[in-house]
Design a protein around this ligand. Sequence first.
Ligand code: WT7
Length: 648
Amino acid sequence: MSVSQTKYKVPESFAKNALVDETSYNDMYRQSIEDNEAFWAEHGKRVSWSKPYSRVKNTSWDKDDLHVKWYEDGELNVAYNCIDRHLKDKANEVAIIWEGDDPKDCRHITYAELHAQVCRFANVLKSLDVKKGDRVTLYLPMIPEAAFAMLACARIGAVHSIVFAGFSPEALAGRINDCDSRLVITADEGLRGGKTIPLKSSVDQALKHASDVKNVLVVRHTSNDVEMVPNRDVWLDQAQEHVALECEVEPMNAEDPLFILYTSGSTGKPKGVLHTTGGYLVWASMTHEYVFDYKQGDIYWCSADVGWVTGHSYIVYGPLANAATTLMFEGVPTYPDASRFWQVIDKHNVNIFYTAPTAIRALMGQGEAFVKQTSRKSLRLLGSVGEPINPEAWEWYHRVVGERRCPIVDTWWQTETGGIMITPLAGATDLKPGSATLPFFGIKPEIVDAEGKVLEGPAEGNLVIAESWPGQMRTVYGDHQRFIDTYFSTYKGKYFTGDGCRRDEDGYYWITGRVDDVINVSGHRMGTAEVESALVAHAEVSEAAVVGYPHDIKGQGIYAYVSLNASVDPSSELATELIKWVRTEIGPIAAPDKIQFAPGLPKTRSGKIMRRILRKIAEDDFSNLGDTSTLADPAVVDNLIANRQNKK
Ligand code: WT7
């Protein structure tokens, strides 16, 4: 990434009205580190507890005695915090603005209506025998019912596991089975960019491999015909006619699970990241308020999908816990045309807009006219998340979209962290395009070298976090050892993020990207191992190695080296078939952008694939392949170079 030297000062008008200015950031940050427990004792009160906590923090990252507990004797309910407690003053304020794929479709849901919807939904879950602690899988489009379903689970203490609706039936089945869900909630169809997505029929296919599922609850959305299996499938609208309108909230312990969300790692199948109730809600709501400088009355829009953690924390839980108005968008940025985001902003007077660099780059490619035909005068603050934002995209977002008026918060975090970790606060932090800048309250980032030595001052190395925070994940569902091995075994007593990072002379952090075998495609995480195992599952493939390479829009593209069985000849038809195959095995986001047939892969004598070499060749940069003398057969490299797919 090219390093921009520009620094943008906090606009004075912004600092004056912001929740936090530079002085208060420094004071609060210092307190949060020097007296961490007292800081969180105080800020834990931002949520409502049915039984107050007396113990704030009980955490150890020692891998032989690993435990993470926050507010452990407190009790609360997330749905109560996101809905009921606002009813006294804000019953008629809008909680959710829903903007459909079709610009003609839109709904405004007040807190009173949200309460009614979630209560009835929760009673339907109870009628289907869902109990506290049971896992429920959600496979839903971006419709208000997705939020209702999440909050209905939270209300009765069920644990939701949302599977992004772009994942294939196979991937869905794996996630249903891993957490043993007995209920799947879906819709007849989704709608994106004017096209229907056959969600119910994907669930039907998935359930051929997930036989423990007892019921499928179906939201009527497009109202097109779908098959309903008797005694298993239930329409939500019909089920709701027979249930009570009120549903008590279930008191939950702070450390009871709230949700599971699967994410890719460098090895093996996706991990079920588990978040719990109290600490997560404190973290999601506090970061939402401070990072977005949210004030009552603001209209806030995060363009993510609820299938990713960004949607969990910053469409649903953070904003609703803060009694905010949160906009939920079903469609895509380019439908009906590339002006859609900005039209939606004008239509609903959005003040705060949070999106991903990949969307910005794609829209930047469509030209400024699509932006300039809209006003965007309501915008006050912009945000970015999901991958490093290249300074060119940052500048465009700032100059064209925000008309140099709106600060940009580039927020670094992960599914595992529950919420934002490193970020500017718009009233406090001068901005440098491409830098996530400084840690949020209570976060102690460190940069370490390969041996684990903590580097001081300006430095580059691996990013670790040295101290627990309330929103961190608690375990990998069903595999606590994997949690310990993945995050706490590389560097003793520290949480390893998997990211590389540089700290500059001002103490600003610059995330340089993953240092493990994870690729970031359009802000979404893909494990290379997962794509490889999908490829080798094809009858004609004997071996595969997958790496990332720089991609103009997606950030990283997926490059697959494939060795075929002896009797099979490479062909462009087979390459196309393999791409299709991965789409059906995992989903469109995992589909390789490039396939290179390789008679052999570069391996050490002990059989380990040297990915460093494969990455270089995929980047079309093979002048310096490093030491290849340890390869079992150095000649394979010449063949790989000769047949590279990214020749400039
Ligand atoms: C990985 C986490 C956080 C929600 C969406 C992605 C990369 C995320 C940034 C940023 C540079 C970023 C990291 C991280 N990442 N935000 N602002 N600057 N890199 O969540 O799927 O868990 O992926 O996304 O590499 O480790 P995720």
